[in-house]
Design a protein around this ligand. Sequence first.
Ligand SMILES: Cc1cc2nc3c(=O)[nH]c(=O)nc-3n(C[C@H](O)[C@H](O)[C@H](O)COP(=O)(O)O)c2cc1C
Length: 189
Amino acid sequence: METISLPEPKTKGKISVEEALFKRRSYRKFTAENLSTDEISQLLWAAYGRNKYCKVVPSAGAIYPYEIYINLVDGIYEYKSDRHTILKVVEGDKSRELYYAGLQQKCIKDAKAIIILAVNYEKIKMRYGDRGIMYAHFEAGHIAQNICLQAEALNLGSVCIGAFNEKEVESILNLQNLKAIYMICVGRI
Ligand SMILES: Cc1cc2nc3c(=O)[nH]c(=O)nc-3n(C[C@H](O)[C@H](O)[C@H](O)COP(=O)(O)O)c2cc1C
């Protein structure tokens, strides 16, 4: 499957963190216009990219148990943060399938980017036992909030989706040892 290099993420934007926080809200209506490669790059970097020290989000024990996937118009890609690349893992736009797995919430079908957080619970449980599950969920919050604030800073809309059938999403993504726990829909508003 093809690996695509993403544009270098920008570390300076047009609006401040305070402004993004002030403006943040959930959006559930998106236009049909696709996102640019620069916008996709920026959203994935904000989710789980590398920063000056390690990653943009904290992770208990620096375990980083997440894999980040993104559904785009031509397929589902896995984000490789080390090289800031994406690797196609599923051919074709799966937003319709994800919409059905997501209890037919229209925003899922309409979003031009659906970011899916999939966790390897075993990885974090090896170190922290059952408490690791809670830590993993904290980390999902960090990742999702970064995506929402980055979307806001790019003048895009986002909504976090917790209501979906995990098994169906895992099957769409062909996940083996990973659990799909959160989706963030992003689109132009
Ligand atoms: C864990 C979690 C799960 C959520 N699941 C959904 C969802 O499945 N569908 C949806 O439309 N919004 C979902 N939301 C978004 C909330 O409905 C929204 O954040 C809330 O109504 C507050 O509105 P605001 O984000 O515009 O401030 C979820 C938010 C969180 C934090």
